[in-house]
Design a protein around this ligand. Sequence first.
Ligand code: NDP
Length: 343
Amino acid sequence: TTVFVSGATGFIALHVLDDLLKAGYKVIGSGRSQKKIDALLKKFNNNPNLSMEIVEDIAAPGAFDEAFQKRGKEINVVLHIASPVHFQTTDFEKDLLTPAVNGTKSILEAIKKYAADTVEKVVVTSSVAALVAPVDMSITNLVVNEESWNRDTWESCQATAVFAYAGSKKFAEKTAWDFLKENQSSVKFTLTTINPGFVFGPQLFADSLKDGINASSGIITKLVHSKVGGRFYNYSGPFIDVRDVSKAHLIAFENPECAGKRLLLCEDLFCCQQAVDVLNEEFPQLKGKITVGEPGSGSSFLKTNSCTFDNSITKNLLGFKFLDFRNCIVDTASQMLEVQNET
Ligand code: NDP
């Protein structure tokens, strides 16, 4: 079985690549430049089961055509993970919404054109952001589950970068389900989406911490590098470990029962205060050097500031226990401190 992974150089995708290779799959990844591709192949010790294609910008129409024209006949499974994850923009359509939607459209169009007979499974990495609008995440009596949808429109999501990112995930995911409905007779794949909450956990390669960190890991780096008495934004929401997100990507196509499903990945609710507590409790070298906030106040904050996530369907389908928050934060921060000590 050969698996195509878009955005292979990213935080989550690198774990997925590693798990796929360990499980014996052949993997074709896409990366944005020859330089990034060469660096990635080297990190995987030029594993003969791994090859890469360049897809420079998923926002461009037909972005995946060349890669699929060349390799499509080899591909049985497509994991579409690439999507912009950053908040440094005011042009929300150009930098967030359009690439997310066009990327999804163009990879599915490329399958239809060049790999309709070979691709049997498609997994799209969506987000909890596709399930619930950021403003609704604090509604305490709201229950979000695998059937929920973020209620923002293309217009209303463009109020802030965070809302627009969430909108980009909603509209990208919707594009995938609509494509399948409209193309039932011309493709044979089934679709599964992965909808993770905030993803934390160690980088597959510690070096990634030196080259500009991905957005969700950046939340933890800021806390590790905070100052005594420093204030921090108490981000809160559902949390999941990157190693579980990766595992779920494999089960999503391996377990036939996942076909047509949305997998809501949430181990528990978290807030940054709880991460700060873990850092102070578990790392003697950080104690007295970083912020403490209001120790122990995290769970009462969540009670009054968060909706609930019910992912019992997903847990049943996946059939494994998710890694917990404390261990995830310990593993994440340990790697950050090791890298810091080396430099
Ligand atoms: P990363 O930023 O590490 O990964 C995103 C990947 O997409 C990178 O490889 C990036 O390439 C690629 N990409 C972005 N924009 C483009 C573009 N215009 N053209 C081509 N490639 C592009 O973030 P994550 O690993 O965290 O995210 C992976 C997926 O998981 C995304 O779909 C994200 O929305 C989703 N997700 C992430 C969560 C999290 O908390 N981390 C939570 C929920 C969902 P490059 O780095 O070269 O720009």
